[in-house]
Design a binder for this molecule. Structure first.
Ligand SMILES: [Zn+2]
Length: 61
């Protein structure tokens, strides 16, 4: 599965790739670490990023 994480406010694409939970064994990546890469702020609109202010979606293709 493919996982997408968007900023809820401006729809900026923050993450696109393999399902994060399926990659845990690859080095402990999780959604919160993805947001930390952006210093917990959306680079597009400045919205504070946490698991409640992003949209996480999955696609099966
Ligand atoms: Zn944003």
């Amino acid at each position: 599965m493919t996982e997408l994480i968007h900023c809820e406010k401006c729809e900026f694409l923050l993450y696109y790739g393999e399902t994060i939970s399926e990659r845990l064994y690859l080095g402990g990546l999780d959604e919160e670490k993805v947001l930390q890469r952006y210093k917990n702020h959306c680079p597009n609109c400045g919205n504070e990023l946490n698991l409640k202010t992003v949209k996480i979606s999955f696609k099966t293709w």
